[in-house]
Every structure is written in C-alpha cells, then in structure tokens.
Design a protein around this ligand. Structure first.
Ligand code: NAP
Length: 518
C-alpha cells in the first residue's frame, strides 16, 4: 500500500513509523498509509523563510496571479483523477466532490485574476492618504507589504481541495510561502493536489510545502512575521491558538471553526408559496450535501409556529429521497461520513440533542448504505429533530453534529425573536433569511447581523445557489465560536499575510515612494 510522503525543504519525506491507515468510508477498505515521523520542520521553515519568501516577494502581484491561474488550469486537467480520490477517501458523490475540487480551482482562478488586476506592483496601497499638517508637506499614506515569514495552514477533513486552495491562493498572492497540512484521515485528495502543483514547475522553490500526518514541533517553531491559519473544531482551535510561542510573538492566527448555522423563514412565506418551496429545497440540500459535513451546513431551522407542520412535512418528503449509500453508484445522492470517529461523534451528538428535542424524521442510528457491504461503512441517514424550547440555551445551540442532522425551532414570526434564537449559538459562519419583505430582513439584520459572518438572502427572483457555498469574493468566517476569523472576501483575504505600514512624509515624496496617485 502506498505511503503518502510530506514535501519539506525540497524533498519528499516518507516515514516508516507511526503509520496511520486511510480508508474508504463506504467500504472501510484501506487506501494508503500516512505519517510524518522524522520530518525536519526546522529545515522546512528555514527553506520557506530563506528561499520561498524572497522568491515570492520578487514577483509582482500580476506574476503571482498568473501562476495561480495556471495552477487552476492544471487542477482542471486532473479533475477526474481528483474526483475519484475524493470519492474513495471522502466518500463524496460526484456533485459533492465537485463542490470541493471545482470550488478549489475557482478560488485559485479568482485570486489569479485579482493579482492580474493589481498589475506590476509589490505592495497594496491602502485607502487614500491624509494630510497631517497645515499643508501637504506632511502627509500619511497606508500601504500593505508582504510579511517576511511563513504561513502554516492546517485544514479540516471535509474540504481537502478547497481548504488547501482558498488558503494557499491568499497567502501566495500576498507573497508569503505556505506549509500546508491536510487532515490526516482524508489526506489523499490534498496530497495529490499538492503533488500536481509541485510537478507543474510553476511554483518558485520554497513557496509550497506539505506535511501529511502530525505537525510535530512545527507550530512551536512559529515566530514573529509568521501566520497560522486553522480550520477545524473549536476545541482544537482553542488548544492550538493558546500556544505560548504564538501568543508571545504575536503570530497572526486566523481560525475557522464550528458553526451552528441557522436558516430562518420569515412570516411572509405562506405554506406552499414559491418562497416556502425555495426554503424547503435549500434547507434539504444544505442538510444533506456532503452528508452534512460542511461548516456552512444548516443545523437550525427557524420557522414561524404557524407553518412549522408544513415545513416539517415538506422537508421529510425531500429527505426521504436521500438515503445514504456508496457513491460508486451514481444514483446515490448522499455518501457516508468520512471516518469512524465522525460517525461515532455524530451519533453521540444526536443523542445529546435528543435531551431537549424530539426526532421527527430519521432513525438517529447508523444505517447500512445502499450498495455498501452490510455492516460496513460510516452511514447515517438524514435526521430531523424538533425542539419545544427554542429560546433555551440547549445543546441544539451549541452541539455541532457534523452530519445530515438539523433541528426545527418554531418562533413567533418577529425579526427580534428570530435574531434572539440565532444569537444563542454565539457566532455562526452563515445565517440565511427567506423573505420577500425587505423591512423584515432589515430588522433581522439590525438585531441579528452581528452574530454571523455572512447573511444569505432567499427571495423570489434570487438566483443564489444556497447558503452553503463560499465564494472567494465574499467573506468566509464568523464571530465567536465560529472562530472569529476572516478568510476570502476578495483582497480582504490577503490581510493576515500583509503588514500595514503608515508611510509619513511630504506628499509628493510619499506618493512617489508608495505609488499612490492623487
Ligand atoms: P479537527 O479534529 O479539529 O482537526 C482539524 C485539523 O487540525 C486537522 O488537520 C487535524 O489534523 C489538526 N489537528 C488536530 N489536533 C492538532 C494538534 N494538536 N496540532 C496540530 N494540528 C492538529 O477538525 P476536523 O474533524 O478535521 O474537522 C471538522 C470540524 O471542522 C468541524 O467542527 C467543522 O465545523 C470545522 N470546519 C470549519 C470550517 C470553517 O471554515 N469554519 C470548514 C470546515 C470544517 P489530524 O487530522 O492529523 O488530526
């Protein structure tokens, strides 16, 4: 069986101890071995800081953008191969795999275009300048320059391709070299993707390295100028961001963590209306896409008490068509959970939710998957619960069940109460509001907007693709337990990798130095 190697300091490191086995989650067949034991992390950091960083900073934004675009094209050329790996290791259907892989390619392309648009420069001019004295003889202009460190990216198991690409694109365009680490259990897709990027010959040496397996002492070696970006559970995030060396050296840390996202139906959506149908269709998809293993999946369904029965009935009818199975069969619409641990955690989570909620659809226990060997595979069917106590601080608002599981929460139809329920999760990545009534939504935004990183609006005539998709142009991240981080959002995504500098002097001199034009 193949042992995946880390790529550090210009060579492939293949460990022969402490090996972990990657499996196909639909059949439990072993796929590959992984370990990083013996890897030289000090050497990797040195290589990035001394070789990768300077080489990247030599390039203009346009040149870096050119490379990102070419990488995106390379990824597209290997799409089928990557989709197969995603199916084998993540248990994704073709459509779920495309969400990850095409999403990753899209992020590289968007940042490539942003780089091309910035042109021939090596720093960003930040806003307009300010006069500091009676005349322009004393002037201030902010600029942002690449940080002369290294970015370490630790990713979650559910988006091996997109997770790598969205972080890498931002750091690379900013001019900062990357050491990326995919989650071990699903490292196959990310590993191949990085292999493709390195084989392309497009990247300056030292600008991209990869750890598969444990990060060893890598994070303990980060210091001034370095950046640590993490996606995963809130518990791991808390442990890692509390590291003494990160705090002591003010290492930039960006965290994307758990989120109990909410979808809210406003009272203007009568049962059976087009808006109501849109809501039900979107919620069913956001529960079952990638078997609910999306940080942006809908976990809480906030609906006016008057239409609760109709929503539950319509959702149950849709969920009934999503029995889980082995995605080898193209008719299967929902695959398994990614690992045995994830299955155990999801079932434990359902049991916790059931303390203050009732099961209204699904069994809440492991299922056999369509086309999978009996008793094998990490399958759980769509599961819908309902809570009688939506305004209480119950597990429904703090226990993220990372599977096709969500809870219906009835409310009185007021924007204020909907916002109050959303706020109980203490920070989400995305909240969606379905209404044609702009005043209702504005009131909801005013009282609930600060509890989320993104507000997705469903309304008649909208061509939105649902709240789960993260577009590189829009911010991804949320306050509080969602991690408090910010990724993407166009050039905002470069922020962690750039140092803002206020340049002061006479205006003509400042303008000449910074490239700012009146
Ligand atoms: P996790 O267990 O927290 O692991 C995340 C990453 O951290 C993995 O790469 C893991 O590596 C690594 N890790 C764990 N302990 C570490 C340590 N002591 N030192 C260095 N690295 C360590 O989360 P997960 O199970 O992969 O992902 C599911 C969670 O991610 C969910 O809570 C989900 O909401 C969240 N998520 C959030 C977003 C977002 O954008 N906000 C996106 C996707 C997922 P190993 O695999 O080697 O343990």
């Amino acid at each position: 069986m193949k042992t995946l190697a880390s790529y550090l300091a210009g060579r492939w490191h293949r460990a022969d101890r402490d090996l972990q086995t990657l499996v196909n989650p639909a059949s439990e067949e072993p796929l590959a071995l992984v370990s990083s034991t013996g890897a030289d992390f000090a050497g990797a950091l040195d290589w990035a800081r001394k070789l990768g960083g300077p080489a990247l900073r030599e390039l203009t934004f346009a040149q870096r953008g050119e490379i990102l675009k070419a990488l995106s094209k390379r990824l597209r050329e290997h799409r089928d191969e990557l989709l197969l790996l995603s199916r084998m290791n993540n248990g994704t259907t073709a459509s779920d795999g495309s969400f990850d892989i095409d999403g990753g390619g899209g992020a590289l392309a968007v940042y490539g275009n942003l780089g091309l648009a910035l042109g021939d420069r090596r720093h960003l001019v930040d806003g307009v300048g300010d006069q500091l004295a009676k005349t322009e003889a004393f002037w201030s202009q902010h600029v942002q320059v690449p940080r002369p460190g290294v970015a370490v990216h630790v990713n979650a198991f559910n988006f091996p391709a997109w997770g790598f690409a969205e972080k890498f694109a931002c750091a690379f365009l900013a001019g900062v070299p990357v050491i990326t680490k995919p989650a071990t259990a699903t490292a196959l897709t990310a590993h191949r993707l990085v292999e493709i990027a390195l084989e392309s010959g497009l990247l300056p040496p030292g600008s991209l390295q990869m750890v598969v397996g444990s990060t060893g002492d890598l994070l303990d070696r980060l210091g001034v100028h370095d950046v640590f970006a993490f996606t995963g559970s809130a518990a791991t995030a808390l442990h890692l961001r509390s590291k003494k060396n990160l705090l002591a050296a003010s290492v930039r840390v960006n965290v994307e963590a758990d989120s109990l996202n909410a979808a809210v139906l406003a009272p203007d959506a009568a049962a059976g209306s087009p808006l109501f149908e849109l809501f039900v269709k979107d919620v069913a998809r956001e529960m079952t896409q990638k078997a609910g293993q999306k940080c942006t999946a809908v976990r809480r369904i906030v609906v006016p008490g008057a239409v609760e029965g109709a929503v539950t009935e319509a959702l149950a009818a849709r969920l009934a068509k999503c029995a889980p199975g082995d995605p080898v069969d193209e008719a299967v619409r929902m695959g398994p959970l990614a690992t045995e641990d994830q299955l155990r955690d999801a079932l434990d989570g359902i049991a916790e939710l059931l303390a203050t909620a009732d099961l209204v659809f699904g069994s809440g226990v492991r299922a056999d998957g369509l086309g999978a060997p009996a008793g094998k595979g990490y399958f759980v069917g769509p599961t819908l619960l309902r809570s009688e106590v939506p305004l209480e601080k119950s597990p429904v608002h703090h226990r993220e069940v990372f599977g096709p599981v969500a809870t219906v929460l009835p409310y009185d139809g007021s924007a204020r109460q909907a916002a109050e329920i959303v706020a109980l999760a203490e920070g989400t990545l995305v909240t969606s509001a379905y209404s044609n009534d702009a005043d209702w939504v504005a009131a909801f935004l005013a009282s609930g907007g600060a509890y989320t990183g993104r507000l997705y609006l469903g309304s008649e005539g909208s061509e939105g693709v649902g709240s789960g998709a993260c577009f590189p142009q829009s911010l991804h991240g949320g306050p509080g337990r969602a991690g408090g981080g910010e990724e993407l959002g166009g050039l905002r995504g470069l922020t962690p990798y750039l140092q803002r500098v206020a340049v002061q002097g006479s205006r003509p001199h400042v303008d000449a130095v910074t490239g700012a034009r009146p």
